[in-house]
Design a protein. Structure first.
Length: 188
């Protein structure tokens, strides 16, 4: 019961803590650390502005359990405890040198690699990685690698090769409505 009563009182911050949180927030904003800034803002909403954790969660558009977790972390570890940890994940199967070589292959284009197309695709990148580096990735992961290397997928535009714009407009305005009109009269 004592724990619950202490929890209802919320978080109490003195002027020094509020100043430290504001300074940390400004540094996080300058460094582009949006998640860290969000965590700090939650602490300020709860501790300085005396919002409930549910109200703070609503303002920040996060789950109330997240705000509770951040408050508890702040109480036990301080400001630096609020800094998001690296998600980690599985280490890349391509090392830095292989990624650099892949980047050069992509920059040179598919023609230089011996392919008869002008643009790279996800399956092509996957095949290049498998042939050159003996590492098998899915198409989706090969696209993530492209993004990590600073490249973006480009999709070709589909343009009718022989139709003029005037002919297309005429077809859309006159021919297509006539076709639709004929279909209505037959079914009625």
């Amino acid at each position: 019961m004592k724990q619950r009563e202490r929890w209802r009182r919320g978080l109490r911050l003195d002027k020094g803590a509020i100043l430290a949180l504001h300074n940390a927030r400004h540094r996080a904003q300058a460094a582009g650390e949006a998640k860290f800034d969000q965590h700090l803002r939650a602490i300020l909403l709860v501790g300085k502005d005396h919002y409930t954790q549910i109200a703070a969660a609503s303002i920040l558009e996060v789950d109330p359990n997240s705000v509770t977790r951040w408050v508890m972390t702040y109480k036990s570890k301080g400001i630096e405890g609020l800094r998001p940890k690296n998600g980690g994940g599985r280490p890349s199967r391509l090392d830095a040198d292989q990624e650099h070589r892949l980047s050069k292959i992509i920059e040179n284009g598919p023609d230089a690699f011996g392919l008869d197309t002008g643009v790279w695709s996800g399956p092509m990148i996957r095949d290049v990685i498998e042939k050159r580096f003996k590492v098998r990735y899915s198409v989706e992961q090969s696209r993530r690698i492209l993004h990590k290397l600073g490249f973006s997928l480009q999709y070709p535009k589909h343009v009718l090769s022989e139709a003029s714009q005037a002919e297309q407009n005429h077809w859309l305005r006159h021919t297509l409505p006539a076709i639709k009109k004929k279909r209505r009269t037959k079914t009625e």
